[in-house]
Design a protein around this ligand. Structure first.
Ligand SMILES: O=C(O)C1=C[C@@H](OP(=O)(O)O)[C@@H](O)[C@H](O)C1
Ligand SMILES: C=C(OP(=O)(O)O)C(=O)O
Length: 478
């Protein structure tokens, strides 16, 4: 595991705040915006697909904007309408056997990806397969988030050079290459699943870029050691298949029975390159849904989230099951999920597969009877902030006992809920810190959330949507 960097943000007393005001049970129905993970996957596949693609229900937020801006910068014809929810990608004029995208000759094309993990990891892999001269950089925190395992996975198969420029294998990433050579790919999966997802999506691009060289048209990717956040990899496979690629889970053939391997092949059709354009409908974001379901749990109310179901492509719908374990009633319908609050009890749970909902769970745990132990999320220290240490720090400000562990935390609420109290909470430039911690304000006065605009990373309208759901205004300060 790479060393954990210290938090990127220092809380300031002069920042703007928002306070969610208590007021009884939250009852209502809501449709969250499109999934970040699906939008950014579909954008990558569509960008390297032949023909035309239309994405509907897409997310418009910082993380998808940096993906769109980067792809536009390297030549993709992309138009956005309907408030960002509909995206057209047009490769119909691109001749068969040629790539729609590329860097300028000479100096590196510099792509700014802010703090979007999916964007930098997916584009590093995709552009390494396509070839070109690029530098991918972001905000300070992005330059503390590891990408070394991905760089090391690409280097042995790269016809050219790749480097992570910050210490401990962190971005910026410098890439100057002609695509992938032949061979199996080995990648570590214990820090982030996004490396594997990026490589899987890059494989059909590789089979195009290397068409005239010795490279094969199917690529085997072997995961060395543990793989975190597995549902995102299954999601990747489904998106690849929607755009005409094929993914098979295969024996790794390296003698280790428990290691995972995937074989990705491109649909070579009439000489056209790997992916085929399509119309692609994006699900509402399941991680965003967790905040609204938690609002029902915390207040003993009832919230229905539209557009998601048990069969959704996003593993984070499983957060509803976590609430069920805590005592809530959960009803999965074919196109919605309803959570009805009930007295909550603390649980002991492995959240490795659904780590983006740990902060949501931590806030629900404040109002449960008994401690909640979260396990399996050591990788949460490498996200927008240290989502174990910084989370524990903010929960303590509310009067809870929060104990850090290497792989998670234990939240022990006080014996009486009245012993919790409001506080001004730092958000560390982490959208999920803001969206989760504010929910404590549904039950008690004075929970001030600093820098609420950090939700723009994945959910710019979050506080407005929450206001509509709870049917009362928040208190804002500038
Ligand atoms: O592939 C994806 O879309 C994501 C994978 C997860 O990251 P890790 O694999 O780093 O846990 C998750 O936290 C992130 O928000 C989105
Ligand atoms: C970890 C997250 O994002 P990313 O890794 O894509 O920056 C997130 O959205 O919680």
């Amino acid at each position: 595991m790479p060393r954990q960097p210290s938090s990127s943000a220092t809380p300031s007393s002069k920042t703007s705040t928002v306070e969610v005001v208590p007021g009884g049970k939250v009852v209502g129905r809501i449709t969250p915006p499109g999934s970040k993970s699906l939008t950014n996957r579909a954008l990558v596949c569509a960008a390297f697909a032949s023909g035309h693609s239309t994405l509907t229900g897409a997310l418009e937020s910082e993380d998808t904007e940096v993906m769109i801006d980067s792809l536009s910068q390297i030549g993709l014809k992309i138009t956005v309408e309907n408030g960002g929810q509909t995206i057209h990608i047009d490769n119909s004029q691109v001749p068969p056997d040629s790539s729609p995208l590329g860097s300028r000759p000479g100096e590196a094309t510099r792509l700014f990806i802010a703090n979007s993990g999916t964007t930098i990891r997916f584009l590093t892999a995709a552009l390494s397969a396509a070839g070109g001269h690029y530098e991918l950089r972001g905000v300070d925190r992005m330059h503390q988030r590891p990408i070394g395992d991905l760089v090391e996975a690409i280097r042995p198969i790269l016809d050219g050079k790749i480097e992570a420029l910050s210490k401990d294998g962190c971005p910026p990433v410098h890439l100057n290459c002609h695509g992938w050579k032949d061979g199996n790919v080995h990648v570590g999966g214990s820090v982030s699943s996004q490396y594997l997802s990026g490589l899987m999506m890059a494989a059909p691009i590789q089979s195009f870029a290397a068409k005239s060289s010795q490279a094969t048209r199917s690529i085997r990717i072997i995961v060395d050691g543990e793989l975190v956040s597995r549902p995102y990899v299954d999601m990747t496979a489904k998106v690849i298949e929607s755009f005409g690629g094929r993914v098979d889970c295969v024996p790794s053939q390296d003698g280790k029975e428990d290691s995972l391997a995937f074989e990705i092949s491109a649909a070579a059709k009439n000489g056209s390159f790997g992916y085929r354009g399509c119309d692609y409908q994006i699900e509402p974001d399941a991680s965003a849904a967790s905040y609204f379901l938690a609002a029902a749990a915390i207040t003993g109310g009832q919230v229905t989230v539209n557009g998601l179901s048990r069969d959704a492509m996003q593993g984070d719908v499983g957060f509803a099951d976590v609430l069920e374990q805590m005592g809530c009633d959960v009803d999965y319908q074919s196109d919605s999920i309803t959570v009805t609050g009930a007295p909550l009890k603390g649980i002991d749970i492995d959240m490795n597969a659904i780590s983006d909902t740990v902060q949501t769970l931590a806030v629900v745990a404040l109002f449960a009877k008994g401690p909640t132990r979260v396990r399996g999320v050591a990788h949460n220290r490498f996200k927008e902030t240290d989502r174990i240490g910084d989370l524990a720090c903010e929960l303590r400000k509310l009067g809870a006992d929060a104990q850090e562990h290497d792989d998670g935390l234990t939240i022990t609420p006080p014996p009486n809920v009245d012993m919790l109290h409001g506080a001004t909470l730092a958000t560390y430039h982490d959208h999920r810190m803001a969206m989760s911690l504010c929910l404590a304000g549904l039950k008690m006065e004075g929970v001030q959330i600093e820098n609420p605009s950090c939700t723009s990373k994945t959910y710019p309208e979050f506080f407005q949507d929450l206001e509509k759901l709870i049917r009362r205004p928040h208190r804002w300060t500038q």
